[in-house]
Design a binder for this molecule. Structure first.
Ligand code: PLP
Length: 391
């Protein structure tokens, strides 16, 4: 990593690997060129494997971002007037609920205090409450505003047992946190390129189950807006997978080249190894934060994500800490959740940086140094050692 440039440690965009950067930096290919068809086709095949999805699951890659992927999920799974349950763990769950309302869904939310998550029995009770059956359940795998990670598996099972579709926002998780789409029988898992997949920003990515596709297919009378419509994109995705040219709206061609490179790196390492690499980085950083007396926003250890840390400012420290960390060459993020915005900051640790112990240790050193610059009594060496011993 060149040291003239600040180290980017926010929860997206993230640092990218040299191979991803090289692929992205190619002269722009035509969306109909053999090179692009091959990259697109192989990326779609790779997504099924990274998502641990079955052969009948359908990947979609669309220019946009996480919010476009969320909009596609809302628009295709739930028709106006149908009921949707949102398991709310923070800022991005609020966004999902608002989106579903705008698509005409009748939204019920099951929430929890900041830093907590609703339990599976609470979700089950909400699913069973009338007056009518739910069409779909939506949950955020890792809420980027709190660092809270839910366990999607029991929620997917509760939904499946009731014939309800389950959709998970994995924007801060996919490629960093375990998710087994086929084994868990989840119906949709979505992300954006600039988070744990380790690409520049600009792609919306999702994989949908046959049940999710069927939910759209039965909606002849009120189709979703064209850009979000599964049925506009299905022929294009199928053509690309067969290495045939097709067109609905021009894909972000350089990002597709980069996606092929990024998924290739993940699959060469193996998903189990990728997930444990993120777990190891998170454990090392958590040990450092503890040594620095930085309390996590997630209320219980099992709720703490492996892809980012949300850390409360210690007594006597305020949001100026973020600027002091930047002066030491590391960019971290301020608060995002409206209820606690000025009380905490966030450090992203997903993708390429988790393969670089020196980047993680430089982050610990910058945070410790910035705390000391602000007058806090911290043992920077102990924090560094606590992290280094676990990397
Ligand atoms: C970043 C993020 C989004 C939004 O993605 P954009 O690419 O910024 O539109 C949605 N959900 C979660 C959980 C995120 O972390």
């Amino acid at each position: 990593m060149p040291d003239e440039r600040p180290l980017l440690m926010i929860p997206g965009p993230v640092e990218v690997s040299p191979a991803v950067l090289a692929a992205f930096s190619a002269p722009p290919p035509s969306h109909l060129s053999p090179r692009l068809l091959e990259a697109f086709g192989s990326a779609l095949e790779g997504m099924r494997r990274v998502w641990l999805a079955g052969p009948d699951a359908q990947p979609f890659v669309v220019a946009g971002g996480g919010t476009v992927a969320m909009e596609m999920a809302a628009a295709n799974l739930v028709a106006p007037g149908e009921r949707a349950l949102v398991v709310n763990t923070g800022y991005f769950s609020d966004r999902m609920a608002e989106m579903l309302r705008r698509h005409g869904a009748e939204v019920v939310e099951v929430g929890a205090p900041v830093g907590e998550a609703p339990s599976p029995p609470e979700v089950a009770a909400a699913l069973d409450a009338g007056p009518a059956p739910f069409k779909a359940l939506f949950a955020t795998h890792v809420d980027t505003s709190t660092g809270v990670r839910i366990d999607p598996q029991p929620l997917a099972r509760l939904a499946r047992e009731r014939g309800v579709l389950s959709a998970f926002d994995g924007v801060c998780a996919t490629g960093g946190e375990s998710f087994e789409m086929a084994a868990w029988e989840a119906d949709l898992y979505l992300t954006a390129s600039q988070k744990a997949l380790g690409l520049p920003a600009g792609l919306a990515l999702l994989v949908a189950s046959p049940r999710a596709l069927a939910a759209r297919a039965t909606r002849r009378r009120c189709p979703p807006p064209m850009y979000f419509d599964f049925e506009q994109w299905l022929p294009v995705m199928r053509a690309y997978e067969e290495r045939r040219p097709s067109y609905f709206s021009t894909p972000a061609t350089n990002l597709v080249l980069a996606l092929e490179a990024s998924l290739g790196e993940l699959l060469a390492e193996g998903m189990a190894a990728v997930f444990s690499r993120h777990r190891r980085a998170a454990r090392a950083l958590r040990a450092a934060w503890e040594a620095l007396d930085l309390a996590p926003v997630p209320a219980r250890p099992e709720l703490a994500a492996d892809t980012l840390s949300a850390l409360r400012f210690p007594a006597g420290v305020d949001a100026s800490l973020v600027g002091r960390i930047a002066q030491r060459g590391v960019v971290v993020a301020g608060g995002l959740h409206p209820a606690i915005r000025s009380e905490y900051f966030r450090v992203g640790h997903m993708g390429y940086v988790t393969t670089r112990p020196e980047a993680l240790l430089a982050t610990v050193d910058a945070v410790a140094g910035a705390l000391a610059d602000g007058g806090a009594a911290v043992d920077a060496a102990a924090a560094h050692e606590a992290a280094a011993a676990r990397l």
